[in-house]
Design a protein around this ligand. Structure first.
Ligand SMILES: [Zn+2]
Length: 447
């Protein structure tokens, strides 16, 4: 950088140079590629008279120069050296995760991501091998260690944010850097993996549909009104009881049909393993009732949404033999999103509003009069936005359509709502955080 050029102008010129090879380069992906903290990078781009302005340390300038050198090396014009198109990389990987999850959750085999050390053989289809090879080539082309060669290693990597182990432009530019495809806790695929995989690689019914086939089938035999009531009753009970005492579960509402009751007892719940004991008993979370586990600094709730949003507080303790827990698929599809849904629902009821939970068998999460509310906790606003761009889902049935995101998620992700709005590109949707949704509805109550 010469004495006359401002830092801002120099960085803008650097970005322009890099953009020749990376047409969609954003400031964030620029920072990522150069290994610079995103927030620090912003201060370097400020005008010099701004109070936020910081001078770039020499090491940062050197990193950017090295990045430009790497990126602007001419590609030899021979056809075999044409850079490979990695645009299918992320969807192919997500589809691989979903196929493995299907084996695990629907057909009852263990997911490989959790059995890395046990080396359980996993049936790999040709498209699985293709996806793995694509990951391998992307790693090697970007000077990374080969992380696609072995299925267990690859699935284990998928429990980490993609940007940490697959730092390639196709990941960074599409907003996938912070996204994990598998929950580390129990090896189930994340909502993001499911969304990115949808429409790729010929997946038919969603895993959720397959898991709940029996439930839906039994409900389908009832008159509509009854079916909707029982659906909400069962789901609300489950969401409020990620772990439940045996006798409480057995006493579950006698009004529901015996088939639904049996499903709840036998398919939605399973015994709590002894391994969940800390000392003699299983500690339960005072907020949500789920079991707690040993974390780095003491006990933490096993529901991620709970652990991320409230201080760990131990409630009751009970013997493992006296408890049941929801099965893995249910945890993934009902419990994790359910925590914020129930919290919002309870807040609305407390305000005196007539709110319906999971109306019409989960058309939306909550309905308040003509407002349909979907509560979504995706790490990536881009993936969530694209989901709504593809389809409004059950919100289409409501004149007013709200997409509500938990406050704890917003504070962890910069410009979440703006990014979500841009990605969804739907004027009919109102995007807001939970606390604002409550405030807005309170205003309407008092108006
Ligand atoms: Zn909890």
């Amino acid at each position: 950088m010469t004495g006359q050029t401002t830092q801002k102008a120099w960085l803008t010129a650097a970005k322009r140079t890099l953009s020749r090879n990376h047409p969609n380069l954003t400031w964030d992906s620029f920072a990522y590629l150069a290994g610079i903290d995103r927030r620090a990078f912003k201060t370097y781009r400020m005008p010099e008279d701004s109070s936020d302005y910081r001078k770039m340390p020499p090491i940062v300038e050197a990193a950017i120069k090295a990045l430009i050198d790497r990126s602007t090396q001419p590609v030899p014009p021979m056809s075999e050296n044409v850079p490979e198109d990695f645009s299918p990389l992320v969807p192919a990987l997500a589809a691989l995760v979903m196929r493995q999850a299907r084996l695990s959750l629907v057909e009852g085999k263990m997911i490989a991501g959790n059995t890395r050390t046990q080396g359980v053989p996993v049936g790999l289809l040709p498209e699985d091998r293709k996806a793995m090879a694509l990951v391998s080539r992307a790693c090697l082309a970007h000077g990374q260690p080969d992380r696609g060669a072995e299925i267990h290693t690859l699935l284990w990597q998928c429990t980490r944010p993609l940007g940490e182990w697959l730092p390639v432009l196709e990941v960074i530019d599409q907003g996938y850097a912070e996204t994990c495809f598998i929950h580390g806790e129990d090896g189930t695929p994340t909502a993001e993996a499911e969304e990115v995989a949808s429409g790729f690689g010929g997946l038919t019914a969603s895993i959720e549909e397959q898991l709940f086939t029996k439930f839906v089938e039994v409900l389908g035999r009832f008159p509509e009104r009854r079916a909707c009531q029982d659906y909400t009753k069962v789901r609300e009970f489950v969401v409020r009881h990620p772990v439940v005492a045996n006798d409480v579960l057995r006493k579950f509402d006698v009004d529901v049909s015996s088939q639904i009751w049996m499903l709840l007892q036998q398919q939605f719940y399973e015994p709590v393993p002894e391994a969940w004991c800390v000392g003699e008993a299983v500690p339960l979370c005072a907020h949500c009732g789920n079991a707690m586990k040993q974390g780095k600094a003491g006990l933490v709730c096993r529901t991620q949404a709970c652990a991320a949003s409230r201080p760990a507080t131990i409630g009751l303790q009970a013997k493992a033999a006296d408890l049941m827990r929801v099965t893995r698929g249910i945890r993934q599809y009902w419990i994790e999103p359910g925590l914020d849904e129930i919290r919002l629902y309870d807040a609305l009821v407390e305000m005196g509003l007539t709110a319906e939970l999971y109306p019409h068998r989960d058309r939306v999460d909550i309905a308040v009069g003509e407002i349909g509310i979907d509560l979504k906790a995706y790490t990536s606003p881009e993936i969530l936005g694209r989901r709504f761009q593809r389809s409004l889902g059950g919100l289409a049935h409501y004149p007013r359509k709200w997409v509500v995101v938990p406050d704890w998620l917003l504070s962890a992700t910069p410009s979440y709502l703006d990014r979500l709005k841009t990605a969804a590109y739907r004027e009919e949707l109102l995007f807001l955080k939970v606390s604002d949704a409550i405030r807005l509805l309170k205003g309407e109550v008092h108006a």
